[in-house]
Design a protein around this ligand. Structure first.
Ligand code: FAD
Ligand code: NAP
Length: 565
C-alpha cells in the first residue's frame, strides 16, 4: 500500500524541522497537552548541525550562550568543552536534548514536506510529504531554518566533472579525506573560511576560488576551563537575562569603545581594535557603537583589518586580493576563523581571484577561469562553500497555500511579507520560527529561537484557554511591520552590501533586506506588548463573540507603537 492511500495523521499541531527550533517547539506544545509531531527531512535531529559536517564546522557564538536556557537542569548538567563548540559537539547536545526530554517518539525523520494547504472549512492545515504521507493539524509551525536550503550555483560543464563534488551544507556523514588530493574550494563566506585551513592541511594542492573577499576575525578558540564553566553556571540567569535584553542576543556582549570611532584619536582607536582582535570572535563589531551606522567609522575598522591581512599574508599580491573592499564591515555576516589568512602562506595553497577572471566552466578534470585562453586549475575534488537560499528558501520550497488557495510563493513574489516574522496575512494558524522580519540571523539565534517558540506556544495556549480557533495578522499590521523593518534597515549600512541578508546571492531573488535590525531586546518587548494587549494587529476568530466591550486599538495607534519598537 502506498503512503498516499493511507489516512492522514491527525494532530493538534505539526512542526516542520527538527533543529533547535523544532525540538523546543515540540517540548512546549507537549507541555500544553497537545498532540504534536515534528516532521523532518533529514535522517536525524539537529538541523544545521546535522547537515553541516564539513571540516572545521563550529559555532561562532560562544557555546555557553549558543544553547537553550529553558531548562535550568540542562544548563547545569551540560559541559561545553570549547569556547566555540564543534559541529559534532553541538549535534551531541541536540541529540541529548531530544533524549533528555523524551522527544523522539513524536519526531518523524526522513519526511520532507512538499506542500501545506489550509482547509478553510475544517480549519486545519494539511501537509503532504514527498512520499505522499499526509498530516492534518489545527496549527502548523514552520521550524524550517533560515540557513537550511543549501545551493550550488549553476556553472557550465558541472555535470562533466569526473571527480567528487561536495557542498558544505550537505556534507557526507563518513567525512572526506583530502590527503594527497588536489582540491578546489569555491566560496569564501563563513563555511569556506572555516574549512579552508583544515582542507589545506590535508590536500596536496588547494585552490581557493574567491569572488568577493570577506572580513574575517580570529576566533581565539580555546578549551573552557573548569573555573570559567563553574562561573558561568553560577551566573547563568544573569547572562541569559542580559542576552534577552541585548541587541544581538548575547549576554556577554560589551561595547569596547563607547560612542563613535570618530571621537577617538587614531592611536586610541587602534588600541581598542587591537584589544577586540586579541579577544577574538564576531564581537569585533562591538569595538565601537556606530560601526554599522556610520560609514566613516566603519572605514576605520576596515582599514585596521586591511593592515592585519597585509601583516599576516606574506605575498603582497595575495594579500591585496584578500582585502575586502566592496561592503562595509559587518554588513555581510563577519566571518570568524582559525588561521584563515595565514593559510595563504602555505606553499600548497593558491588564491584564485575571480574578480580578475571569473569561473567560465568546470571541465572533466578541473575548474577553468577566464575565456577561451583562460587558465585551468586541475582538481580531484570540488568543495562548494557557496551558501544558502537564506531565510525564505526552505519556506518557498514547500507549496504553502493559505485561505482561498493563495500561494505563499505569489504573496512573496516581491520579497517576504510577515507580521513580526511570526505570521503572514492570509495564512491562519501558520507560524514561522525566526521568519523574515524578525531579528533571527542578526542575533545569537538560540536566544531568538527560544523567544519565538515561547511566543507561539503562549499564543496557542491563550487561544485554547479563550476558545479561539484561528489567528491571523491583518494586512494593515503586516504592511506596517514590513515598512518598519525596511525603514530601520535603511537607517544602517546593512543594505549597502550584496549579501544573502538581501537575497543578492540567489539569481532572480527579490532584493529586500529580510531580517529585523531593530535588536533582540526591543523586538522582544514589542512582541510581548502585542500579546499583552490582546494580540494587536492579529484577528482571533471568536474575538467578536468573546471580547465584546474590549477596547480595540485603531491602525494609527498600532503604527505609532510599532515604530517606537
Ligand atoms: P535548522 O537548524 O536549519 O533546522 C531546520 C530543519 O528543518 C532542518 O533539519 C531541515 O532539514 C528541516 N526542513 C526544512 N525544510 C523541510 C521540509 N520541507 N520538510 C521537512 N523538513 C524540513 N547561528 C548562531 O546564532 N550562531 C552560530 O554560531 C551559528 N553557526 C552556524 C554555522 C553554520 C555552518 C550554519 C549553516 C548556521 C549557523 N548558525 C548560527 C545559524 C543556525 O542555522 C541557527 O543557529 C540554528 O541552528 C537554526 O535552528 P533551526 O532549528 O531554526 O533551523
Ligand atoms: P555565504 O556566506 O553565502 O558564502 C558563499 C560564498 O560562495 C561567497 O564567498 C560567495 O561569493 C561564493 N559564491 C557563491 N556563488 C558563487 C559562484 N557562482 N562563483 C563563485 N563564488 C560563489 O555562505 P556560507 O559561507 O555557507 O555562510 C552562510 C551563513 O551561514 C553565514 O553567513 C553564517 O550566518 C552561517 N555560518 C556560520 C558559521 C559560523 O562560523 N558559525 C559557519 C558557516 C556558516 P560572493 O560573496 O561573491 O557572492
Amino acid at each position: 500500500m502506498t503512503a498516499r492511500s493511507t489516512r492522514p495523521v491527525e494532530l493538534d499541531a505539526v512542526i516542520v524541522g527538527a533543529g533547535f527550533s523544532g525540538l523546543y517547539m515540540l517540548h512546549r506544545l507537549r507541555a500544553l497537552g497537545m498532540r504534536a509531531r515534528v516532521v523532518e527531512a533529514g535522517a536525524g535531529v539537529g538541523g544545521t548541525w546535522y547537515w553541516n559536517r564539513y571540516p572545521g564546522a563550529r559555532c561562532d557564538s560562544d557555546s555557553v550562550e549558543y544553547s537553550y536556557s529553558f531548562s535550568k537542569e540542562l544548563e547545569q548538567e551540560w559541559r561545553w568543552t570549547e569556547r566555540f563548540a564543534t559541529q559534532p559537539e553541538i549535534l551531541r547536545y541536540l541529540e541529548h536534548v531530544a533524549d533528555r526530554f523524551d522527544l523522539r517518539s513524536d519526531i518523524q525523520l526522513a519526511t520532507p514536506i512538499v506542500s501545506a494547504s489550509f482547509d478553510d472549512e475544517e480549519n486545519r492545515w494539511v501537509l503532504e510529504s514527498e512520499l505522499g504521507e499526509r498530516f492534518t493539524a489545527t496549527f502548523c509551525i514552520m521550524a524550517t531554518g533560515c540557513l537550511s536550503t543549501w545551493r550550488i550555483p549553476e556553472i557550465a560543464g558541472q555535470s562533466t566533472f569526473q571527480g567528487a563534488s561536495y557542498h558544505t551544507g550537505s556534507w557526507p556523514h563518513e567525512g572526506v579525506d583530502f590527503t594527497g588530493k588536489r582540491v578546489g574550494v569555491i566560496g569564501t563566506g563563513s563555511s569556506g573560511i572555516q574549512s579552508i585551513p583544515i582542507i589545506a592541511e590535508q590536500a596536496k594542492e588547494l585552490y581557493v576560488f574567491q569572488r568577493t573577499p570577506n572580513f574575517s576575525v580570529p576566533a581565539r578558540n580555546a578549551p573552557l576551563t573548569e573555573e570559567y564553566q563553574a562561573h558561568v553556571r553560577s551566573t547563568y540567569g544573569e547572562l541569559r537575562a542580559k542576552a534577552r535584553a541585548s541587541s544581538g542576543g548575547l549576554g556577554a556582549f560589551e561595547l569596547m569603545g563607547a560612542g563613535s570611532a570618530l571621537e577617538r584619536t587614531a592611536a586610541e582607536r587602534d588600541e581598542i581594535y587591537e584589544r577586540a582582535w586579541a579577544k577574538g570572535g564576531a564581537l569585533f563589531l562591538g569595538s565601537f557603537g556606530d560601526l554599522v551606522v556610520n560609514e566613516e567609522s566603519n572605514k576605520t575598522a576596515r582599514d585596521f583589518i586591511h593592515r592585519k591581512i597585509r601583516q599576516i599574508v606574506r605575498d603582497p599580491k595575495t594579500a591585496e586580493a584578500l582585502l575586502p573592499d566592496d561592503h562595509p564591515l559587518g554588513t555581510k555576516r563577519i566571518c570568524v576563523d582559525t588561521d584563515y589568512y595565514a593559510t595563504f602562506n602555505r606553499p600548497n595553497v593558491t588564491l584564485v581571484d575571480l574578480r580578475r577572471s571569473p569561473i567560465s566552466e568546470i571541465t572533466p578534470s578541473g575548474i577553468k577561469t577566464g575565456g577561451a585562453d583562460g587558465e585551468e586549475y586541475p582538481v580531484d575534488c570540488i568543495v562548494y562553500a557557496t551558501g544558502f537560499d537564506a531565510m525564505t528558501g526552505a519556506l518557498l520550497r514547500i507549496d504553502i497555500r493559505g485561505r482561498e488557495d493563495r500561494a505563499l510563493r505569489d504573496e512573496w513574489e516581491g520579497g517576504p511579507r510577515t507580521y513580526l516574522g511570526l505570521m503572514c496575512a492570509g495564512f491562519p494558524n501558520l507560524f514561522t520560527v525566526t521568519g523574515p522580519g524578525s531579528p533571527s540571523v542578526l542575533s545569537n539565534m538560540t536566544t531568538s529561537i527560544e523567544q519565538h517558540v515561547e511566543w507561539i506556544s503562549d499564543c496557542i495556549a491563550h487561544m485554547r484557554a479563550g476558545g479561539f480557533d484561528r489567528i491571523e495578522p491583518t494586512v494593515e499590521a503586516q504592511d506596517d511591520w514590513v515598512e518598519h523593518v525596511n525603514d530601520v534597515a535603511h537607517m544602517t549600512l546593512y543594505p549597502k552590501a550584496k549579501s544573502w541578508y538581501v537575497g543578492a546571492n540567489v539569481p532572480g531573488k527579490p532584493q529586500v533586506f529580510m531580517p529585523y535590525v531593530g535588536g533582540v531586546g526591543a523586538y522582544r518587548a514589542k512582541c510581548t506588548e502585542i500579546a499583552e494587549r490582546g494580540y494587536t494587529g492579529f484577528v482571533l476568530r471568536g474575538e467578536e463573540r468573546r471580547s465584546k466591550g474590549r477596547p480595540r486599538r485603531d491602525a494609527r495607534s498600532e503604527r505609532a507603537s510599532r515604530s517606537s519598537g
